[in-house]
Design a protein. Structure first.
Length: 346
């Protein structure tokens, strides 16, 4: 009897399934709803591990996107095809590609947890291609604009001048500046140590191991910090306390210090994080290489630095081309230039 292609395929799948069931690594797919896995991941992983802002963002993605789309489905029903449909739906809702990719990261982490907890066999997100993201160069202030900003801060908000100088000349994150204490500042040896970062309601260590770092201080920063230390902040070890001797509020500093100074100096409004980008730009312009910028800024890897600031290191690309040329010239056969000249003439 002839066996058609449908019968052959059915037999192949039957044998595959039989082998899968017989495997010691076989995991029986859970019949639980995906929402239960989301909440278990949230309680056991995200809530106790992630920083405050990351937790809030993850919770928002769960409540607004992931659970409404997949929550009522069984875990085993959330597969590649359903995830691709989810992506198309979010694109139709005009969600940015970057935001959709971030949501996919959370879904992937939930499935990774499910695999370890043995309630699902694999992570279907691993088969999904991430959406392309148009890259924009980070917004930096030029050295001339930075001087204008510093002068404006001294004129309109002198209490915060040391904070802005330190941000510009170290590239420290806002949370790191909020939690910086005098015991981590060594003005004699012109260094400070980054050991903490404070979000709105909690203090933690830096976000990655690379965030634990020692930063050399410019004389500009040392002079500003000497004056800052002379202020009377009795009973407060914070380097940059608010007027109430508490960690400063980021929104207040942004609106009433940064924006006010930028407006006073007639400069475009940039974000506070742009001061960090401007610090990186200054380092690169003064000859620092990518590794040095990574170590001072506390990026988790040099690839992060390269991805963010590749446009700041044109000399590295020029050096690469020059090295290629040197290699080609070192193995150039005799008569090659003459042959090229003849070719060009033709």
């Amino acid at each position: 009897m002839n066996v058609g292609p449908d019968e052959t395929e059915a037999e192949r799948r039957r044998l595959e399934k039989q082998a899968e069931l017989a495997s010691v690594e076989y995991v029986e797919p859970s019949r639980d709803r995906f929402e239960l896995l989301c909440e278990e991941w949230w309680s056991n992983v995200a809530e106790g591990t992630y920083a405050e802002t990351t937790r809030k963002d993850c919770r928002s993605m769960l409540d607004r996107h992931i659970i409404p789309a997949f929550g009522m489905k069984r875990i085993a029903q959330v597969r590649y095809r359903e995830i691709q449909q989810f992506i198309r739906m979010k694109q139709q809702e005009k969600l940015s590609n970057k935001r959709i990719n971030n949501i996919l990261v959370v879904i992937s982490r939930i499935f990774d947890y499910g695999v370890r907890a043995e309630v699902c066999r694999d992570n279907p997100v691993s088969k999904v291609d991430r959406l392309s993201i148009e890259r924009h160069e980070v917004d930096c202030l030029s050295p001339q604009e930075l001087w204008s900003l510093l002068q404006a801060v001294r004129e309109v908000q002198p209490y915060w001048a040391a904070l802005v100088v330190t941000a510009l000349m170290t590239g420290m994150r806002l949370g790191e500046l909020r939690s910086l204490t005098w015991k981590h500042v060594d003005l004699d040896n012109r260094v400070l140590r980054v050991r903490k970062s404070k979000s709105k309601s909690e203090v933690k260590g830096p976000k990655t191991a690379a965030g634990w770092r020692t930063i050399p201080l410019s004389p500009l920063v040392v002079d500003a910090l000497i004056k800052q230390r002379e202020r009377e902040h009795l009973g407060c070890d914070l380097v940059f306390p608010s007027h109430r001797l508490t960690p400063f509020d980021p929104a207040n500093v942004r609106n009433h210090v940064l924006y006010k100074a930028l407006d006073h100096a007639k400069l475009r409004r940039v974000t506070w994080h742009s001061l960090r980008h401007s610090a990186a730009s200054l380092m690169a312009a003064s000859g620092a290489n990518e590794k040095q910028v990574q170590e001072i800024l506390g990026h988790s890897s040099i690839m992060v630095t390269k991805d963010l600031y590749t446009h700041l290191f044109p000399e590295a690309k020029r050096d690469a081309i020059d090295r290629m040329t040197d290699l080609m010239n070192s193995v150039k056969p005799k008569g090659a230039e003459e042959s090229q000249a003849v070719y060009l003439a033709a």
